[in-house]
Design a protein around this ligand. Sequence first.
Ligand SMILES: [Ca+2]
Length: 171
Amino acid sequence: MKRYLIYFFCGFFILSIQAQELRLVLAVPAQVAWTDTGLEVEEGEEFIFEARGTISLQTGNPEGLCGPEGLDLKTMQQPMAEERLGMLLGKVARLISVEIDPQTKEDKRIEEVRLFAIGRERQVKMPFKGRLYLGINENVVEDNSGEFLVVIRKLSKDLGRKTGEKEKKND
Ligand SMILES: [Ca+2]
């Protein structure tokens, strides 16, 4: 009996770890340019992002309030010029090298960067291996307030195959 109990708890533990690997809920504050998700992604991996919440692009201005889709507005002050101001964005950054700035003597990270639009919900295939960040489509973030709550789910076909859980999904 004891042995079965141990198996049960081991199984539960493994399932818990997998759930943590597959799903992450993250707060993305509007006054931070890029929030680090802590996730290292691989090329070709697919993620589903679901966001909710309201932020202000200019604290105190009622016209600055927006959801993850942003405002029906485009300005010169945003990372993705063709997308709506204040929209939720994603970024993958791959470190190329670290150089020392001759003036400040500080480390300067040389990165290859790819941005993509998310909005309220989006499934995205990662363009290359790198660190995943989330942010707001606006450059002047210091006067912002509020945050989006984002659920990040990784679609992993390999994991389903390994555990045999894939077929059980609709039970
Ligand atoms: Ca702003």
